[in-house]
Design a protein around this ligand. Structure first.
Ligand SMILES: [Zn+2]
Length: 511
């Protein structure tokens, strides 16, 4: 009989630890809602003990996201577990995930403890978690480097204490598929009560083997895969959700009929959402979700795919949510056509937002005549702010630039503030630098610009430019986006967006 593989998404926990990828509560909630549409089985929403902001974010996800189990991470420490439970207890399907390092390096080097103590503390922690929550997952961190007999012992003891999911992490991405598969087989052979638990794996990609190791684990009996959208995560990242899901789907017979419940057509949309929210671009050659994943450049391949798709394509791009035939909107397209197209792209427009979206669409359609999906997505990325417009401290109003190759640039920027429009001018090394200096004069916030990137979202000279910036605020990186057919305006909007986020997070820091 076909067996289901549970998909445990840890984008909001493991991937959120990626340098520069920190998200605010609204951004986490938006991704969690999309993960629910993707129909993953478990969302690891965060590590509540790690910060008050993470606690609040997990709590909001637990309260508002229906469908998947909502999981919170904790060390084997009572106050961690209590916090994890407090954050998720209002979810209809809560799960506590508790972990401790079990390799000698972790036990002695980090915990400064010994095997007996760690074993005892782990069973106590699982027992305590179980007294609060019906579903408890235990992870012996660095399992791939843990002495096998000790690993079997601690797995058996924590199942006895009430863990119903045992996760085997290859924390440092050191394992090789055949060896990792053997470890899973050995756990099944040597742990007496293993049939009372689901075996999960959590692989890191330091050797580029995370997906391969996860596949080998499935073949040896693992039934939950921990993974992240776009394979993001600590260092080289985690098992990539889209790759493991599509490998199982595309090669189902090879796996003896296992399947996942993931709604594959949401794969490309969530990949884009996560990439733009975290400000981490997807490599063009990335499997499944990269821009070139379905682009055939050789003439022989193009000819083959046109005559019969499966000559050179193992996956139909539509299956993962890539729209093949793009409907193009024009200046004559009405509000309904726009609303319909946006809903296909995954954007539900609030009535009060529609006027402003439609105005921007018309302005663009007048300039470009043909508006493609990518243009609409750029408008929406620019329009949909994680901070409601009414709460944004600054809004872009106007800009004027004086620039040339042998003069210093001058920018005059007007921002809408609570006190009306404030205008400032500054000179700088190039028009973007001058613009940012002028904005700094209005906002008077000491921010360091740590990254600036620009890309065109469509082809042609009238393309929309999309700017992504990262600014540093007290050691945290905040991502801002802006889009316009004018790249200086897009640059200004991206910077203002980041500034608004910084102010918003400072205002909410005390609560
Ligand atoms: Zn990890």
């Amino acid at each position: 009989m076909a067996e289901k593989i549970l998909i445990f998404d840890t984008t909001l926990r493991d991937a959120e630890q990626t340098p520069g990828a920190a998200l605010n509560g609204a951004e986490k909630l938006a991704i969690a809602k999309h993960l629910a549409n993707l129909n993953v089985d478990v969302i690891e929403a965060g590590f509540p003990r790690s910060s008050p902001a993470d606690f609040e974010a997990v709590k909001q996800i637990a309260n508002e996201v229906e469908g998947p189990e909502i999981c919170a991470l904790s060390r084997i420490v009572e106050k961690d577990i209590t916090d994890a439970w407090e954050a998720i207890k209002d979810s209809t399907r809560p799960r506590i995930h508790t972990f401790v390092g079990t390799s000698e390096i972790h036990i002695q080097g980090i915990m400064r403890s010994n095997r007996e103590t760690i074993l005892q503390r782990s069973t106590e922690a699982v027992g305590y978690a179980r007294s609060l929550c019906a579903t408890v997952e235990f992870s012996p961190m660095d399992a791939a480097r843990t002495e096998p007999d000790y690993l079997f012992q601690i797995v058996e003891a924590t199942i006895e204490a009430g863990a119903s999911i045992i996760n085997i992490p290859d924390t440092v991405g050191y394992a090789i598929p055949s060896e990792f598969g053997r470890l899973i087989a050995e756990i099944r052979q040597n742990v007496q009560n293993i049939d009372r638990a689901i075996i999960s794996v959590h692989c890191h990609n330091d050797l580029g083997l995370a997906v391969a190791n996860s596949i080998e684990a499935i073949k040896n009996g693992a039934r939950q895969i921990e993974c992240t959208v776009n394979g993001l995560g600590e260092r080289a990242g985690n098992t990539s959700l889209e790759e493991i899901v599509m490998a199982i789907r595309t090669r189902r017979n090879h796996f003896g009929g296992v399947y996942t419940d993931v709604n594959a057509s949401e794969i490309v949309p969530i990949s884009r959402l996560v990439s733009r929210t975290m400000g981490i671009p997807v490599a063009p050659n990335k499997a499944i979700v990269g821009a070139n994943a379905f682009a055939h450049s050789s003439g022989i391949h193009q000819d083959g795919v046109i005559k019969q798709r499966d000559t050179f394509e193992i996956i139909n791009p539509k299956e993962v949510g890539l729209q093949e035939s793009q409907i193009i909107l024009s200046p004559r397209s009405g509000r309904n056509a726009l609303r319909h197209r946006l809903s296909i792209l995954g954007y539900e427009i609030e009535p009060e937002q529609m006027d402003s979206v439609y105005d921007r669409f018309l302005a663009l359609a007048d300039k470009k005549k043909e508006v493609h999906d990518a243009d609409l997505e750029a408008i929406m990325r620019d329009e949909i702010r994680t901070i409601p417009v009414s709460e944004a401290a600054y809004r872009f109003d106007h800009i004027q630039i004086f620039s040339g190759n042998n003069i210093s640039s001058t920018a005059t920027v007007g921002l809408q503030t609570a006190d009306g429009i404030v205008t400032e001018a500054a000179t700088g090394d190039g028009p973007v630098n001058a613009t940012y200096r002028a904005i700094d004069r209005v906002t008077d916030l000491p921010l360091k610009l740590s990254d600036y990137s620009i890309r065109s979202v469509t082809e042609g000279k009238d393309a929309i430019g999309e700017v992504t910036v990262k600014v540093e605020d007290k050691g945290r990186l905040i991502v801002g986006h802006g889009a316009s057919t004018d790249i200086i305006e897009a640059s200004a909007k991206a910077y203002i967006n980041a500034i608004n986020k910084v102010i918003h997070s400072q205002e909410n820091a005390g609560s």
